[in-house]
Write a protein that binds this ligand. Structure first.
Ligand SMILES: *[C@@H]1O[C@H](CO)[C@@H](O)[C@H](O)[C@H]1NC(C)=O
Ligand SMILES: *[C@@H]1O[C@H](CO)[C@@H](O)[C@H](O)[C@H]1NC(C)=O
Ligand SMILES: *[C@@H]1O[C@H](CO)[C@@H](O)[C@H](O)[C@H]1NC(C)=O
Length: 423
């Protein structure tokens, strides 16, 4: 339903519409909410967060036991970035290769600078476009004295804190790591860690924890009593949130995928959703996913009337990325005799090695917008396309300024009452 506008606003509406449609958007005051189509951010192809994100995602999903997945390519990339700065030789070049985008980054810009900028940009959007808790740390177990330059640089450039692990056994280490993650997730209990963590003497463990709740530019409506079926791994009853409006949208009919970009409040970040036309698991879509194709889809998306339905859901994921990062070429870092962490400590040789890369993430998919949306321009919706996510989809959260990828994930399964309970 359209909001009722006061009379005075109705009169000035044509003026607003004319201004809004003009190509020149620089006249807008900085406080004004962004139009539904802010200038597109740089494409994924030159960005280390997208490069790493897609690689890690594919490595994670090649494991058939995978369920819902959520992780922060930006946090993983920046903690690896910090580690890279503390390493030398082969260890350093393997980290660099992992973060190197296929297309040259704009001249004179280093990967580490892009990561720093992206962290800053997301920090600034926090509280406006979304509520974000994010922390990264490098834990160390009985290591030789750590260089203060490494500690300082990790903190200022990559927001990675150094934390020593206590003298206790494996169980005590795990407890310390889990307590740290819980604090990073605003007190939420993360999903249990499936892999075993054994931090021997000299081990460094990279950890990150992220909790995210986006605030839409325009609110969705939900009817809590009206449950719909989500056709995921199991069929479940979920609350669907609905909204018809103008969104950047593209339909790839050859690949049978819908691509939707929805802005968050203030336009500082956006959510991108990839949905197969029909009910299917994500295997087919995942085989298609490349940076080139994603860039093409985002470029082709244009403002379209779309009627969106999304399940209300919480997505959580706890990951140990050792196997995946090893398979992606980070091989020396784990091996005491091969690893070169001479930037971390002068006495690192034969001792300091990487013992784990752990990641806790949670995301709340809800209906709220950032504020009352009364002062946004009225949208003229005409024959909307249906974007009905009653089956698995892939999603991304990216920064509008730098284009960096804060979050990537897949929803295979939505928590809810089992569908057959109704029969
Ligand atoms: C956009 O607006 C600015 C400031 O109002 C002006 O300097 C500029 O020439 C305009 N550009 C176009 C393309 O109209
Ligand atoms: C976002 O803002 C909240 C509230 O001010 C704060 O607690 C949190 O640490 C901020 N997150 C980041 C990543 O800066
Ligand atoms: C998601 O988590 C939040 C906070 O813990 C809770 O308020 C909300 O009801 C949850 N949503 C669903 C769909 O379970």
């Amino acid at each position: 339903m359209l909001p009722r506008l006061p009379f005075c606003l109705l009169i000035s509406l044509p003026v607003l519409l004319v201004q809004g449609s003009a190509a020149n958007s620089s006249k807008k005051s900085p406080d004004a909410p962004a139009s539904p189509v802010p200038h597109p951010p740089p494409p994924p192809q030159g960005d280390p967060t997208w490069t790493l994100g897609l690689r890690v995602y594919r490595a994670l999903r090649s494991d058939s036991s995978a369920g819902n997945i959520l992780f922060s390519p930006l946090l993983v990339a920046s903690s690896l970035g910090a580690l890279g700065e503390g390493s030398a030789g082969n260890t350093a070049s393997q980290v660099r290769d992992l973060l190197k985008p296929p297309s040259p980054i704009k001249a004179g810009t280093q990967v580490v600078e892009l990561l720093s900028e992206a962290l800053k940009s997301f920090g600034e959007a926090n509280g406006t476009s979304f509520h974000l808790r994010a922390s990264s740390a490098v834990f160390s177990k009985q290591v030789p004295p750590v260089n203060q330059a490494f500690v300082k640089q990790s903190q200022t450039r990559f927001r990675v804190q150094h934390q020593p692990l206590g003298k206790g056994d494996t169980k005590a280490d795990l407890k310390q790591l889990q307590d740290w993650a819980k604090a990073g997730l605003s007190g939420l209990e993360g999903a249990p860690l499936e892999a075993e963590i054994k931090a021997g003497a000299g081990a460094l463990i990279l950890t990150s924890a992220v909790h995210f709740k986006g605030l839409w530019e325009r609110e969705f409506s939900e009817d809590k009593a009206d449950r719909r079926t989500f056709l995921g791994k199991k069929y479940t009853k979920v609350v669907m949130m609905h909204r018809a409006g103008l969104y950047r949208f593209y339909e790839d009919t050859d690949n049978m995928v819908q691509v939707l970009e929805a802005p968050l409040w203030g336009g500082k970040a956006r959510v991108v959703l990839l949905l197969p036309f029909h009910v299917e698991n994500l295997a087919r879509l995942e085989k298609l996913l490349t940076l080139e194709l994603l860039s093409k889809w985002l470029e082709k998306a244009s403002v379209t009337s779309v009627a969106i339905s999304l399940p209300k859901a919480n997505i959580t994921s706890t990951l140990s990325l050792q196997k995946q990062l090893f398979a992606l070429g980070l091989t020396d870092a784990w091996d005491q005799t091969l690893a070169d962490f001479s930037g971390v400590s002068d006495k690192s040789k034969g001792k300091i090695h990487l013992g784990g890369v752990l990641h806790w993430a949670s995301l709340e998919l809800a209906a709220q917008a950032g504020k009352e949306d009364a002062d946004l321009e009225e949208e003229h919706i005409d024959k909307p396309k249906l974007f009905y996510t009653d089956h698995p989809f892939i999603f991304f959260v990216r920064d509008s300024t730098t284009g960096a990828l804060l979050l990537m994930g897949a929803l295979d399964h939505a928590e809810g009452e089992a569908f057959h309970d109704e029969l």
